[in-house]
Design a protein around this ligand. Structure first.
Ligand code: SF4
Length: 713
C-alpha cells in the first residue's frame, strides 16, 4: 500500500531537544496547501497558557474567526500534551488534549486522550501540532522524529476504520516488530465521516498482545473534523522512550514522588477501586445502589437487570487479567482493560476475533443501561464498533436512548426509522443503527447528528412538541450528557450545566460530595465546589495528566484530613512534579489561578463563537427531576417528601401532574439560584460573562478578549 502513496510535501527539520518539559516549538501542517511550518512559542503564551488545552485553545483562537464553522477550511485540530506529559516515573502522565471547533456544539471542544501521541510529538521536537486546511484526496501526515522528517502523503488504499488502519499504519512505518512500539497513530473511522460525533483513536502498541490498542479523544466530533479534512491518519514515530527525555529540572524529586504513588497503588488499589482489574467500570456496582445509573434515557437510576452488567461479570468472563494495561509508560494503575479474542457477531467484522478496549463505565452505561440493554456481549460489540467506526460512545448512547424514548412515545415511528423498532433494550436495532452510521445510510445518519439536531427535525418534520423534546433531550450546548443521573444532586446539575464545552463529567463530579455525603449543603458551598473542582481538574489538561491517579486511589489516612475530597497529599505530588519538571515553585492556589486563566479564556472563546451566556447553561429537565407521570410515580414517596419538606407544598390529594408542576418550579428556581452563586464565585456577570476586572486580575485582558466581552457587559 505504501508504494501507492504520493509524497505531496516533505519537510526536514532538526528535532529540538526538550528542556524542562518544553521544546517551545509548535508544528503547523496545512493539508489544503501542502504546507508545513514550525512556530516558536512566545514566552507570554508559555507562561499564561502552560501547555495542553491552554495551547490548544490559544492556537485555535488565532486560527479561527467568529464565523468559522467546524467544516471551514480554517478550523484546526490542535493537540498538545503539556510539560509534565512524557515522564515515566509517575502514573498517568501521557495525556494529550485536543481542541477544535466542534461539529456538535459549534464552539471549542477539548477532549483528553491517552495513548502515545502527545509524548511522542514532544520527543520528536514539538510541544504541539496544529492541523489546518482540507486535503483534496485522502492523506496521511507522517511525523518521523527519528529522522527529522515530516511528510504529507496520499493514502488511497488504506482502510478507514480505526482498528484496521491503526495496524496498517503501524506496520507500514515500523522497520521491524521492535520499532512498532515507537509508533503511535491517530485514526477516526467510517462513521466519523457520516455523523457529527466522530472520535479520534490514539494508539499505543501493546507488546504482549502485539496490536496497537486504541484510546479515544471522544467528545465533540473531533474525528468528524479529521475526516472532513480528508485526513485518514496521523503517524508519529519517536526515538525509544527513556525516563529523562523531558530533560527535567530535578529528576530526583520526580522519581521520589513516583515511587510514593506506586506504593500506594500496590498496597491499596485492590481494596479501594480495583482499577487495575476492572478500570472505571468499577462504578457499575455502585451507581445502581444510589439510583445514579442511567436507565432508559435517564428516566430511572436503577434496574433489576443491572447485576447482569456488573463488575463480576466483566472481570470473570471477559476482561483479561494480569496484563500491563497502562495507556502510557509507568502507569501502574493500569486501568485500560481489554477483552481479548472477542468474536464479533454482526457487521463487516462478523466472525473476527478482536481486542475490545474497555468497556469503561461510560461505555457500559451509555451503550447499555441507558438504552435498556443489559447484555455484556452486546455492550462489548457496540463498544468495539463505536471505536473502530470512530463514534463517541457517550453521544451515541445518549442520542440512541433519546431516539428510543421518542419511538416508544410515538413521536417517531417505524416509517421514520426505516423499519427499525427502536424500543429500549433492542440490541439488534442499536447495532443496525451503528452500522448505518458507518455506511452513511438510513436513520443511523439522523441519530448520528446528535440530540440537538434530532429535536429540531422531530419538531419541524414530525410535529413533536418542542418543549417536551427539550425536557427529555439530554443535551446542552449541543453535546450529549455523560452517563450519570443527577436529579438528586443540584451540585452535579451545575457540574454538568456550567461547563464550558458541554455536559461532560471531567470538569466536576460532585455527586458523592453533594448527594451521598451532604458535604456542600448551601448554595455558597456548592458554588465554591463548582469553582474549585473545575479549575483544579482543568490543571490536568494543561500539564498532560490523567485525572484517575488523583482520586481513584487515595493515600492512607486521607479520610482524616480536613478536606478529604481534595486529596491534598496528591495535590502536593503535582506541585512537586511541576517543580521537578520546570524548576518553578508554585502553590496550590497558583495551580487554581493557572487554570482560571484558561477557563475564563475558554468561556470568552465560547461567547466569541455565539454561545457561553447564561441562556446556554440551561439544563433539560430530565436531568433535574421527573418529566413524566411514570417517572414521578416510580419514586413517589421520595418526591412527595421533597414537596412537603423542601418546597412547603402539601401533596395530599393532588394529582401527579400538579405535583410534577410544583416540583419543577422549585427545582428550576434552585438551579437559577445556583447559577447566581456560581457566576458570582467565578467572577462573572449574572449573564455568565467574565468581567473585565476578572480578566485583568488574571492577566488575560488581551485586546481581542476584551473586545468580545465588551459587547455583553
Ligand atoms: S489511570 Fe488508566 S487512563 Fe489514566 S493513564 Fe493510567 S492507564 Fe491510562
Amino acid at each position: 500500500m505504501r508504494q501507492k502513496h504520493k509524497i505531496l510535501f516533505e519537510y526536514k527539520y532538526e528535532p529540538k531537544k526538550l528542556k524542562h518539559g518544553y521544546t517551545d516549538k509548535m508544528l503547523y501542517v496545512n493539508v489544503g496547501e501542502n504546507r508545513i511550518e514550525e512556530k516558536d512559542v512566545p514566552q507570554e503564551v508559555k507562561e499564561k497558557f502552560i501547555g495542553g488545552k491552554g495551547y490548544g485553545l490559544r492556537y485555535l483562537w488565532d486560527a479561527v474567526n467568529p464565523d468559522t464553522k467546524w467544516d471551514s477550511e480554517e478550523n484546526e485540530i490542535v493537540m498538545s500534551a503539556g510539560p509534565i506529559a512524557g515522564i515515566t516515573q509517575y502514573p498517568g502522565t501521557g495525556k494529550t488534549l485536543v481542541c477544535s471547533i466542534s461539529p456538535m456544539t459549534d464552539i471549542p471542544i477539548d477532549s483528553n486522550v491517552g495513548g502515545y501521541i502527545g509524548p511522542y510529538l514532544k520527543f520528536s521536537g514539538w510541544d504541539g501540532l496544529e492541523v489546518q486546511g482540507k486535503a483534496k484526496e485522502d492523506v496521511v501526515i507522517v511525523i518521523d522524529g527519528t529522522e527529522g522528517k515530516i511528510t504529507i502523503e496520499t493514502a488511497p488504499e488504506e482502510a478507514v476504520d480505526g482498528h484496521v488502519l491503526g495496524e496498517q499504519l503501524t506496520e507500514m512505518y515500523a522497520k521491524d516488530e521492535h520499532e512498532k512500539r515507537q509508533i503511535s497513530v491517530i485514526t477516526a473511522g467510517t462513521a466519523a465521516e457520516n455523523t457529527r460525533m466522530g472520535i479520534l483513536n490514539f494508539s499505543f502498541y501493546d507488546i504482549r498482545r502485539k496490536v496497537p490498542r486504541l484510546k479515544q479523544a471522544g467528545r465533540g466530533g473531533l474525528g468528524t473534523v479529521l475526516r472532513n479534512k480528508k485526513i485518514k491518519g496521523i503517524v508519529v514515530k519517536s526515538k525509544p522512550v527513556k525516563g529523562d527525555l523531558n530533560n527535567p529540572y530535578d529528576q530526583s524529586i520526580i522519581n521520589k514522588t513516583g515511587i510514593k504513588l506506586h506504593k500506594e497503588i500496590a498496597h491499596h488499589d485492590h481494596e479501594q477501586n480495583n482499577m487495575h482489574r476492572i478500570g472505571t467500570a468499577a462504578l457499575l456496582d455502585v451507581m445502581p445502589d444510589f439510583d445514579l445509573l442511567p436507565v432508559n434515557n435517564f428516566q430511572y437510576g436503577t434496574h433489576k437487570d443491572a447485576k447482569k452488567i456488573n463488575t463480576k461479570v466483566f472481570i470473570n468472563k471477559y476482561l483479561t487479567q494480569g496484563m500491563v494495561d497502562g495507556c502510557w509508560y509507568g502507569c501502574s494503575l493500569a486501568c485500560t482493560k481489554a477483552a481479548d479474542n472477542f468474536e464479533i457477531k454482526t457487521g463487516p467484522y462478523k466472525g473476527h476475533k478482536v481486542v475490545v478496549d474497555g468497556p469503561e463505565y461510560e461505555n457500559a452505561a451509555g451503550l447499555g443501561s441507558n438504552c435498556g440493554i443489559f447484555d455484556p456481549e452486546a455492550i462489548l460489540e457496540l463498544n468495539f464498533y463505536c471505536d473502530t467506526y470512530g463514534i463517541d460512545t457517550i453521544s451515541y448512547g445518549t442520542s440512541t436512548a433519546f431516539a428510543m424514548e421518542c419511538y416508544e412515545r410515538g413521536i417517531i415511528n417505524k416509517e421514520i426509522t426505516g423499519g427499525l423498532e427502536l424500543e429500549f433494550g433492542n440490541i439488534d436495532a442499536s447495532l443496525e443503527l451503528i452500522h448505518q452510521m458507518s455506511r452513511g445510510e438510513g436513520f443511523g445518519k439522523v441519530v448520528g447528528q446528535g440530540i440537538l439536531r434530532m429535536k429540531k427535525l422531530f419538531a419541524e418534520e414530525y410535529g413533536a412538541e418542542p418543549d417536551f423534546l427539550f425536557d427529555i433531550g439530554t443535551e446542552q450546548k449541543g453535546l450529549e450528557y455523560a452517563e450519570y443521573v443527577c436529579k438528586e444532586s443540584l451540585a452535579q446539575q451545575g457540574g454538568f450545566g456550567f461547563t464550558n464545552k458541554g455536559p461532560q463529567h471531567d470538569e466536576a463530579w460532585l455527586i458523592v460530595m453533594d448527594m451521598v455525603n451532604n458535604q456542600i449543603p448551601t448554595f455558597e458551598d456548592k458554588a465554591e465546589a463548582l469553582h474549585y473542582y473545575p479549575m483544579f481538574r482543568t490543571w490536568f489538561g494543561l500539564l498532560g495528566l490523567c485525572k484517575l491517579p488523583w482520586n481513584d486511589i487515595v493515600p492512607e489516612g486521607n479520610e482524616k484530613t480536613e478536606e478529604p475530597a481534595k486529596i491534598q497529599e496528591h495535590v502536593q505530588n503535582y506541585l512537586d512534579l511541576f517543580y521537578g519538571i520546570t524548576g518553578k515553585t508554585i502553590t496550590k492556589e497558583d495551580m487554581i489561578v493557572q487554570s482560571e486563566k484558561i477557563y475564563n479564556f475558554q468561556r470568552v472563546f465560547n461567547i466569541r463563537m455565539g454561545k457561553g451566556l447564561r441562556k446556554h447553561d440551561k439544563s433539560p429537565y430530565r436531568m433535574m427531576g421527573p418529566v413524566t407521570k411514570e417517572e414521578y410515580e416510580s419514586r413517589q414517596e421520595r418526591y412527595d417528601t421533597q414537596l412537603k419538606e423542601k418546597v412547603g407544598y402539601n401533596p395530599e390529594g393532588k394529582t401527579t401532574e400538579e405535583k410534577i408542576k410544583a416540583l419543577r418550579e422549585f427545582k428550576y428556581d434552585q438551579y437559577e439560584q445556583l447559577a447566581d452563586a456560581v457566576y458570582k464565585r467565578r467572577g462573572w456577570t449574572m449573564n455568565g460573562v467574565p468581567t473585565k476586572e476578572k480578566l485583568q486580575d488574571l492577566g488575560m485582558d488581551f485586546p481581542e478578549v476584551l473586545e468580545v466581552i465588551e459587547k455583553h457587559l
